[in-house]
Design a protein around this ligand. Sequence first.
Ligand SMILES: [Zn+2]
Length: 183
Amino acid sequence: MIDEEKVRQAITLMLEGIGEDPSREGLIGTPDRIVRMYGEIFAGMDEDPADHLTRTFEAVGTDMIVEKDIPFYSMCEHHFMPFFGKAHIGYIPRDRVVGLSKLARCVETFARRPQIQEKMTSQIADAIYEHLDCEGVIVELCAEHMCMSMRGVKKGGTQTVTVARRGSFETDPKLEERFFRML
Ligand SMILES: [Zn+2]
């Protein structure tokens, strides 16, 4: 749970620190707005992805399942600037499958935390591999980082791509080829 008073004080201090006047009309409600926004965009810190992945259905002899173009919005933990893009997930079930919307909920749980894209990719793969008891899983994230687009090299539109493989996707390159053909 967010310590609202602490965040409110911190935002006021930060505004003063950059030379702003936190009491001027446009900024007076900003600490409160950010407190409410952080409650929403960091809600994943209080969530357990297992809650979404343990309700499964029987599915015998099911081939690879791909859920692609799952949109996500997260916050870079190095710069506290947004990064956002699409997640693509493929998994090979053993004998249980999960509701398709639950994969998107799993992505959202990890996106709604201060994050780096590499870690988020691994966390999603680990959560699915662990809780779904599947033969293999692959997760690809493509995202634009505002800390890259707005500052430093200022390469707007650049996409960062990260991939994590678990189980049969680590040992059989043909599975990965099929996954990328299905995207
Ligand atoms: Zn960053």
